[in-house]
Design a protein around this ligand. Structure first.
Ligand code: ADP
Ligand code: MG
Length: 546
């Protein structure tokens, strides 16, 4: 028997499906893009169990005749291009002609579609089981049940249903922002979770009023390039890319050079690791972009990339030329309650320092900015209190047993409001966030009531932290060490926020240093920057000698 064998059609389809159909969100994406290509103005999406049990997309687009419907689920069947060169004049979302075939190969699919007459197809793992007439208005409904029922390996690597639903949510939001002229609705397990408003209010509805208020309008045109939308002020910057919506020719894309160009245009208006928020629509002649790089068409490549980058940066600089509103760094209502709470409750009992052979007494030389200088042996030790606190809190969170972390009840609970995508993500990951010492509950569609916070966190940082934590958790997928990785990530994030405290009094500083001496891995912070530096008397003397 020969070693090499041709793959069966079934195997080929399943392999191809792996490229296009990663998870429920990618199915929704393909189906909705087909609806958009069919000229629909209303698209309704239903999912159940995160999309694993059911994904249904209904539209009022062109619909298909029976023959076309049967062809549509074959591989490389498309009505959108005839030859390779057409790829460079592309104005539709789809073109590879493989999405429906790929989805059908890994699910139980029903297609109901009608032009004047209606047709219903039932397909099981890619095999057409039934074809018949049906009553339907013009348009198409594709129903996908039991996704991945015949590819258990892929099913195993799916996130939890709430996390999958949150992804679908984010995707539909993105699609709704890409096409303000089309109305969208999304139901998850029977509940309507998103129903788009008209064009004008959509950004506010989907990204949030804070973004709309704290952003500037961009409107720029040069040659065949047009850039419109909103650019978030530095106050809207995030630690991740969740606030970035870029559409090229109405397609939501990832385009690293463009992201880079935008980031660069912000210059030092932003801190090093901050990512700007934006909602930008770029339109370009279709022959300047190549979308055929990525099977899901998420990544695009630009021809003449340099010129496009330059024009973009110019556009953004011009938009910034209006004077920027000052960024508020201090607000009088900034909660003071946290200062009344002891910064280090976990240090309450002052045990003798036995772990390290250091002197019992800390002989303080002085406190300068966020550095505490103490005498150490024959020299001077400078402790960076921010880094020290970063290390301490990280260790505390990592070493804590489940549910043993202290919660600081608030006398005045406060609310955190967010946009629908953020709310879905927070809900999904609420338990993990609460385990850090928060107590929160959902208080309306996009509102959370915060009733307790960890003692090390400032009220002012709570919203940013929760959003970042939910975003970070959202990006995890299954795997054996997932629990440990999640714990590490959360601890790192929370501890980093603790660094925001920059002002210390001497008692606080001393208690931080005491605790630092007692904790493990205390030489540097979790990101590897030193917590303390010792300078010997000789070294100091040398500074004064030549
Ligand atoms: P592609 O979108 O790349 O052409 P698909 O497999 O996604 O490939 O779809 C195959 C074909 O089926 C499309 O080219 C289109 O003609 C038809 N089709 C798919 N979905 C719809 C729909 N919702 N309405 C009308 N036609 C559709
Ligand atoms: Mg398609």
């Amino acid at each position: 028997m020969p070693q090499i064998q041709l793959l069966s059609e079934e195997a080929i389809n399943q392999i191809a499906a792996g490229e296009v159909v990663e998870n429920p969100a990618s199915v929704v994406k393909e189906l909705v893009e087909n609806s958009l290509d069919a000229g629909s103005t209303e698209i309704h999406i239903d999912i159940a169990f995160g999309g694993l049990n059911l994904i249904r997309v209904s539209d009022n687009g062109s619909g298909m005749e029976k023959e076309d419907a049967l062809l549509s689920i074959q591989r490389h069947a498309t009505s959108k291009i005839l030859q390779f060169n057409d790829l460079f004049r592309l104005s539709t979302m789809g073109f590879r002609g493989e999405a429906l075939a790929a989805i059908a190969a890994v699910s139980k699919m029903t297609v109901m579609t009608a032009t004047e007459v209606g047709t219903k197809l039932e397909i099981d793992a890619g095999e057409v089981k039934k074809v018949g007439p049906c009553a339907r208005q013009r348009g198409t409904t594709v129903e996908v049940r039991d996704l991945f029922f015949n590819v258990p390996a892929r099913k195993k690597f799916q996130k939890t249903p709430p996390a999958l639903a949150a992804e679908v949510y984010r995707l539909v939001t993105t699609l709704a922002l890409s096409r303000p002229d089309v109305s969208f609705s999304l139901c998850s397990s029977g509940k309507t979770v998103l129903e788009t408003m008209a064009f004008g209010e959509r950004a506010e509805q989907l990204i949030g009023s804070a973004f709309v208020k704290e952003s500037i309008t961009v409107s720029f045109e040069e040659g065949g390039l047009k850039l419109t939308g909103r650019l978030g002020l530095p106050s809207q910057a995030r630690q991740n890319r969740m606030g970035q919506y870029l559409f090229i020719n109405q397609r939501a894309v990832i385009c690293a050079p463009i992201n880079f160009a935008i980031r660069e245009a912000f210059g030092n208006r932003l801190e090093d690791k901050a990512h700007p928020s934006y909602l930008l629509h770029l339109s370009l002649p279709p022959d300047l972009i190549d979308v055929n790089v990525h099977p899901q068409k998420r990544e695009v490549r630009l021809r003449d990339e340099k010129a496009i980058r330059q024009v973009l940066q110019e556009a953004i600089r011009q938009s910034f030329e209006e004077p920027l509103r000052p960024i508020i760094t201090f607000s009088p209502q900034e909660p003071i309650s946290w200062q009344e709470t002891p910064a280090f409750n976990f240090l309450a009992q002052e045990e003798p320092l036995t772990l390290f052979p250091v002197q019992e007494e800390i002989r303080v030389v002085g406190l300068y900015a966020h550095f505490l200088f103490i005498e150490e042996g024959e020299g001077l030790c400078a402790v960076d209190l921010c880094n020290a606190r970063y290390r301490l809190i990280y260790n505390q969170l990592m070493d804590a047993k489940a549910d043993s972390l202290e919660k600081q009840g608030l006398l005045l609970p406060f609310t955190v409001d967010c946009n629908p995508v953020e709310a879905a993500m927070i809900l999904t990951h609420m338990e993990a966030i609460e385990a850090l010492g928060f107590h929160m509950r959902s208080a309306g569609k996009q509102l959370f009531m915060i009733e307790a916070i960890p003692p090390f966190m400032r009220e002012a940082d709570v919203k940013a932290f929760i959003l970042e934590a939910a975003g970070a958790l959202q990006s995890f997928i299954g795997g054996s060490d997932i629990a440990v990785k999640r714990k590490e990530k959360l601890a790192l994030l929370a501890a980093r926020f603790a660094k925001n405290q920059k002002i210390f009094n001497v008692e606080e500083a001393v208690s931080i240093v005491r605790a630092l001496k007692k904790t493990h891995s205390n030489r540097d912070c979790p990101q590897g920057t030193l917590t303390q530096v010792v300078i010997s008397r000789d070294e100091i003397q040398r500074l004064f000698t030549h």
